[in-house]
Unconditional design. Sequence first.
Length: 231
Amino acid sequence: MKKRKKVIFIIITALIVLIPVIVLGINRLNEHVEYRRSRELIFGMERREREAYVRLNYAFLWGNNSIANTDDLERWSDWRLEDFASYSPFENGRGPNSFGIDYASYLALKMYELETGNILSWETVLDYHSQEFEPDGTRRLYNNGKHPEIEAFVEWMVEGNRGGASATRHTPAWVFIRRILDIQHYYSVEHEDFRFIHMASLSPQMLDALVRAYDDPNYVLDLTSLQQAGY
């Protein structure tokens, strides 16, 4: 009788130990299957498609990659492939603030406008990123001939401003953003209401004003009035 109880005790103890291990193993297996599926989707795309996604996401400052070299995508680390070599809706990046913009991408557009005279609206950018495929079912790529304004921006950012830098934060785009941030900081020193407001939460009108202050030393910056007006 005692022996039988001992056997039952051992069986119960083994089950208590094994059940969580089995459940964990099943979860890991499911994760592995999902991982393989996502990898197959990425590598299933044509090389030109993956390169287009990398350059697009890079140009809009979405993510932390510091190079635009797509010569050897297969050797990229997994997280970089997931982030940059596939379609990424706007909401999957830093995401919009309460005014519906991503400050870094928005300022990149402003830098582009200042240096080239070309205007690429935020609405156009959002519309482009709203769909993974074109109405005809083909994959939406910036260089497919259907989005010349997006293509011009991407090529300018990658080839002329971000490419070749050793670190993301040292590229001209991020240097420009840093200078805008400095202007905001100097303003916040003199205006207590802005002391703890991060640039990421600013409205497009406020960012426009900061860019104007950067471009025109005679411009009188007044973020307080914009804030009081609901901007």
